[in-house]
Design a protein around this ligand. Structure first.
Ligand code: GLU
Length: 484
């Protein structure tokens, strides 16, 4: 293990389906480490206990593994600076909170959620940005002790300079200056003793000897808080690089409403990880036209962290499709192609589970592609005609699809039981029988009203493919509503 080269990390929060944006940042860090002879590490940032789940953590790990990236240290492979999951490090953060209190860089805050809400309400009414007003900033030490002893709940907040600005250099943005009065007195340790993202992130980056922090531009505004923590602790701060976010073709922020953003969506549809990495890697290098088809080694070779653009990486699906096609046709031998196809079809047991569900519904094996093919298809080709045989009117069908779409987003776990329960709840909510709610969903998922059991099929297709099929179905049915 080298100790002299740079150390970089990806620090995902397991609060949702692994996002292409996470892989984009991970790839940057990976290429950076590879190019500079450094180390790339993985840390799971699950301090938000209400939103982080083990299921999502597993998915993050699976998605990152699927991409072909490897890390020198991480929750799955261990390493000298572990544990690499923040919830397992809880006890390590406490002394640092105390240190900041002792040095006078932080203070205990007893404000109740109600008081904070009133404060924000008043700020909103006055047209001011919400920011802690310093109510507990100057409490006397005796008062703090007495309130603590009385068992009153409190958090630890950081002190912020009252004048001047935080000036720093960013590898992408250049010289940045952010006035201190726009920086909030951030909570560092929550009432339950867990650190917030900012506190845990800085402490861990220091303890894990991270030298360069490369992450999405949405964190640029947090740098002053982070720099201040480095200064308060007397630690050397890392080099900052805030990468422009990926955007849709219309320049809006990449979001699942416009483009599928989950890695699982792209793997389910049969994109090759090499092609996705090739596509994302092109955002970090300068090449001439005709040189686009690049392996990871070639990407690392051409990688140039000094020439990064603020312009925003456009997620152009057509370009990804083009590259994926080229990878399939030009980079795989016939044997590799067959092996990869079988591997893909078997992902998440789609093939075996699909066959099990089909057994009682066919009389000849040749019926299988028609019956179960939708589990592997890219697009089930729904048209207004697909929905025209339903008992519900297009207006009702649309309401069902939209309600299901919104309610499925709330599911924390994605499995047959959870989907079953949720769809029953949707039926109740709409005042309809379950057998009225399910037919439009059969069509949306499979393109046909004769298919495999709905809940099992949805569980097998996965959250991101279901989301996309419902979205397409909603567009088709919406076109029918006008012409009712
Ligand atoms: N946990 C943060 C995220 O999910 C990490 C941000 C950072 O890299 O500092 O984006």
């Amino acid at each position: 293990m080298s100790t002299s080269g740079p150390r970089v990390r990806i620090a995902p929060s397991p609060t949702g389906e692994p996002h292409v944006g996470t892989v984009y940042i991970a790839l940057f860090n990976y290429l950076f480490a590879k190019k500079m002879g450094g180390e790339f590490i993985l840390r799971i940032e699950d301090t938000d206990a209400t939103r982080s789940t083990p299921e999502f953590e597993q998915k993050v790990l699976d998605a990152l593994k699927w991409t072909g990236l490897t890390w020198a240290e991480g929750p799955d492979v261990g390493g000298p600076h572990g544990p690499y999951r923040q919830s397992d490090r809880k006890a390590m953060y406490q002394p640092y909170g105390q240190e900041l209190l002792d040095k006078g860089h932080a203070f205990r805050c007893f404000c109740t959620p109600e008081r904070l809400e009133q404060m924000r309400e008043a700020q909103r009414a006055a047209g001011k940005p919400p920011k802690y007003d310093g109510h507990c900033l100057n409490l006397k030490a005796e008062e703090v002790t007495a309130r603590m002893e009385a068992g009153e709940a409190s958090v630890i907040r950081m002190k912020i300079p009252t004048e001047g600005s935080c000036d720093f250099h960013d590898g992408v943005y250049g010289d940045v200056s952010i006035p201190w009065d726009s920086v909030d007195m951030q909570v560092l340790i929550k009432g339950d003793g867990m650190p917030t993202y900012h506190m845990a992130n800085v402490i861990d980056d220091h303890l894990m000897k991270i030298t360069h922090v490369a992450r999405g531009e949405e964190w640029l505004a947090s740098v002053p808080k982070h720099i201040l923590l480095y200064r308060y602790f007397g630690w050397q701060e890392p080099v900052w690089m805030h990468l422009s976010l990926m955007r849709n073709a219309d320049k809006s922020k990449l979001s699942k409403r416009k483009n599928p953003t989950s890695i699982s969506y792209y793997s389910a549809l049969g994109y090759l990880p090499e092609a996705l990495m090739n596509f994302l890697g092109l955002f970090f290098i300068q090449i001439a036209e005709g040189e686009e088809l690049l392996s990871m080694d070639e990407l690392a070779d051409k990688f140039d962290p000094d020439n990064l653009s603020k312009a925003g990486a456009i997620f152009d699906v057509q370009k990804l499709d083009w590259l994926n096609g080229r990878w399939i046709r030009e980079k795989l031998t016939p044997e590799q192609f067959i092996a990869r196809t079988l591997e893909w079809a078997s992902e998440n047991e789609r093939l075996t589970e699909g066959l099990k569900l089909s057994q009682s519904r066919i009389s000849k094996l040749g019926e299988l592609p028609q019956l179960a093919g939708f589990l592997l298809s890219n697009d089930v080709g729904v048209t207004p005609a697909s929905f025209s045989g339903l008992k519900t009117t297009p207006g009702e069908t649309l309401e069902i699809i939209n309600t299901v779409q919104a309610d499925l987003e709330k599911l924390v776990e994605w499995n047959v039981e959870a989907i079953d329960q949720e769809l029953r709840a949707v039926a109740d909510k709409l005042g309809k029988k379950l057998r009225v709610v399910t037919p439009p969903l059969f069509v949306a998922m499979s393109g046909s009203s004769r298919s495999l059991p709905l809940f099992d099929s949805m569980a097998l297709l996965g959250r991101s493919v279901v989301r996309q099929r419902l979205k397409i179905a909603a567009t088709v049915v919406a076109s029918m509503v006008g012409s009712e």
